[in-house]
Design a protein around this ligand. Structure first.
Ligand code: 5AD
Ligand code: SF4
Length: 659
């Protein structure tokens, strides 16, 4: 399963590069480049060119273990030594003793949330001060800079941002209760607006919408800054440009920017789950999708820098890492340092799937290698990943997921449609039959794996029969979670140029409603079967449903189901299916072994708690992968005891969005 390892001398993956802005202010850089050396993004700390020590017969294991110690002294440079990039220009705020403050609102996918943490690190490195935002409703009064990290995947995502800009550019309104004439007491609480002297913050648009609309966005007076997803290192310089009274734009895409050495500054540092971005961009060019145009080409972060970040997070007490990328399982680190020790071998797609992007047979680490290495950092750290493409689930990857207890048994397999003809128009590279065969294979190899998917209703030229095939695929697969959308035409995509967006809006919405109803029905039935099962749940914190009379915790199972369980002391461990040891109180980040007593919509209520536990302890009770059935232990993180009577409550009420 693992790629064969060989040892070659290695040179530094990156050469020294002088940032263009260090040679002079570049106010407006709009050209798209395909060559990193012409990027205008900011400083990259030079790495030394050196060689890895040669030891014959080293294995991948040796390489990864050694990379831990070697990072500072060889081709790899320890990120702790690397400063977050600086602007290369002097800040124009020296006279102001108060550091400028900034906040970030993130919209759209988890990749944006992760990028916001990179942006925060870059800004803090340039001595700006982070402030907690006032929420999406608020005005962030007193904050100097507000970044909106935007999404462009559908028109409604963009409309939401426009609404937000409109909101931010005007002073906050006096609350209704204070109009027309505030009482003296009200006036004290809510001073007249003139006295408030609302100063519009600098508004910076980041992310996909910035990349899609580029300079056009600056026609909106309130927007001061437009920065694409590969240009965040340039933010401090662009803010200097804004301070000088101009508008700042940098929407250059890059072939190699991964922000690899920047330590993200976590927006919720107490969260026991953390995002780790492993690759960026997408080469698939599905015909409906704007992402390849806004995020650029695929590039993967060097494996050693990912391992370093996971180790650091594990050291900080993080118990779950979510590996992120637009096409996460297409990860392919071909950097010199990795390719010199991991031969990679031929690209292997899921059986029956084709890859729109061909040249993939270079040496280097693939997703399976990365997952294997990450799973060995700390057995008690759970691993999830999103968003994958179904084409990149070769058998060895499925087997690894089945084999490693810390890799969660929950797969996102975005189908988009159940009709082969629609899939062809979408340029997805597979048929309905190939997709169903993958589902079957995944369930064979990883019993009780939970499955989720994305579907688009009313894609170009979709007929009623094609739509019915989507409904039947949802029935046939039986998903646990789904992200469901009506098609929204995006300019510059293949579909916009070559296909007819001819399904009337009313039909799109009706078909979407039918997809939602079908999904709810199958998901509810699957959830009902959870009653009596046992799960290992990672404690996140108090549940929203918690009340003083009945306090409860919330967390997620291995299979990504939301679990609610009572707040009470529990046995310190579990042996032979029974709680053992002294009673302890639970903390966020603990694992707890629970039994499902009631299933509602997408929430499992687990009133029976066996005890605090661990990934190792829970897995030790599993005699091996792939044992299903009542009373038997299964790999998928739960034990079937007795499904019992169907206690179906209500069906799913939420449609979620992910990427
Ligand atoms: N219209 C509707 N949904 C889309 N998605 C991507 N592009 C579009 C579009 N133009 C959906 C796909 C994808 C998810 C992130 O968003 O289902 O998997
Ligand atoms: Fe890439 Fe996913 Fe968009 Fe397809 S749907 S182009 S795989 S981001």
């Amino acid at each position: 399963m693992l790629q064969q390892v060989r040892l070659l001398l290695s040179t530094s993956p990156r050469g020294t590069m002088l940032p263009r802005h260090a040679r002079g202010l570049v106010k407006d850089t709009l050209s798209r480049t395909t060559n990193s050396s012409s990027r205008s993004s900011s400083t990259i700390t030079p790495t030394r060119t050196s060689r890895l020590p040669a030891h014959d017969q080293r294995t991948l294991k040796d390489f990864l273990a050694a990379s831990h110690q070697e990072v500072a002294s060889t081709a790899y440079q320890d990120s702790s030594e690397m400063s977050v990039p600086t602007t290369g220009t002097t800040s124009s705020f020296p006279a102001n003793p108060r550091p400028k403050t900034f906040t970030i609102e993130s919209y759209g996918c988890q990749q944006n949330a992760a990028d916001s943490e990179v942006v925060r690190a870059i800004m803090e490195g340039a001595k700006y001060k982070w402030v907690e935002g006032g929420g999406e409703q608020g005005h962030h009064i007193g904050c100097d800079i507000v970044f909106l990290n935007t999404c462009a995947i559908r028109d409604n995502a963009e409309q939401r941002i426009w609404g937000r800009i409109k909101h931010l550019k005007h002073p906050p309104r006096r609350p209704r209760s204070a109009t027309p004439a505030p009482s003296r007491r009200q006036a004290q609480v809510w001073p007249p607006l003139r006295a408030l002297e609302y100063k519009k913050p600098v508004i910076g648009l980041l992310g996909c919408m910035a990349e899609r609309l580029k300079k056009k966005l600056l026609e909106e007076e309130a927007i001061d800054l437009v920065v694409g997803p590969d240009a965040y290192r340039d933010l401090p310089r662009l803010l200097d440009v804004v301070e000088a009274g101009e508008k700042g734009v940098n929407v250059q895409l890059s072939m190699d920017e991964t922000y690899a050495e920047i330590k993200p500054s976590r927006i919720s540092p107490d969260n026991k789950s953390a995002f780790v971005s492993i690759m960026r961009g997408c080469n698939n060019l599905c015909s409906y999708c704007i992402v390849p145009h806004t995020r650029g080409r695929e590039r993967s972060r060097p494996l050693h820098s990912i391992l370093e970040e996971v180790r650091r997070l594990a050291g900080q007490g993080v118990k779950e890492v979510v590996l992120l990328g637009q096409n996460v399982n297409s990860f392919h680190d071909t950097s010199t340092s990795t390719a010199s020790v991991i031969s990679g071998g031929r690209y292997e797609a899921s059986e029956g799937f084709s890859n729109m992007y061909k040249s993939r047979d270079k040496a280097g680490a693939r997703f399976v290698d990365l997952l294997e290495a990450v799973s060995r950092v700390d057995e008690e750290v759970r691993i999830r990943f999103t968003s994958p493409h179904p084409k990149d689930f070769p058998l060895p990857l499925l087997q690894l997921i089945a084999e490693r207890p810390s890799i969660c048994a929950s797969l996102h397999l975005p189908a988009q449609s159940g009709s082969s003809t629609v899939l062809h128009r979408m340029r997805r590279g597979y048929t309905r039959e190939a997709y169903l065969a993958l589902v079957e294979r995944a369930r064979e190899v990883i019993p009780n794996v939970s499955l989720s998917s994305d579907f688009i209703a009313g894609f170009c030229e979709e007929t009623e029969d094609e739509h019915l095939e989507t409904l039947s695929l949802i029935e046939a697969v039986g998903y646990d979670q789904a992200f469901l959308f009506a098609y929204s035409l995006r300019e510059r995509t293949h579909a916009a140029y070559h296909l007819q967006d001819n399904v009337p809006e009313s039909d799109k919405q009706r078909r979407l409603a039918e997809i939602i109803a079908t999904f709810r029905r199958v998901a509810a039935a699957r959830n009902a079967a959870e009653v009596g099962r046992e799960h290992l749940v990672l404690v996140e914190g108090p549940s929203k449903r918690s009340t003083p009379d009945s306090p409860t915790w919330t967390g997620r199972s291995d299979t990504n189901k939301r679990c609610i369980f009572p707040y009470r002391d529990v046995p310190a461990s579990v042996r032979n299916g029974e709680g053992r040891g002294p009673m302890v109180s639970l903390q966020p980040g603990d694992y707890v072994w629970v039994r499902v007593t009631e299933a509602k919509a997408q929430t499992l209520f687990c009133d029976e708690i066996l005890g605090r536990s661990s990934v190792r302890e829970f897995a030790a009770a599993v005699p091996g992968p792939a044992v299903a059935g009542h009373g038997a232990w299964t790999r998928a993180g739960h034990r079937e005891v007795d499904a019992g009577a169907c206690k179906l409550g209500y069906v799913l009420s939420e449609v979620e969005y992910s990427i």
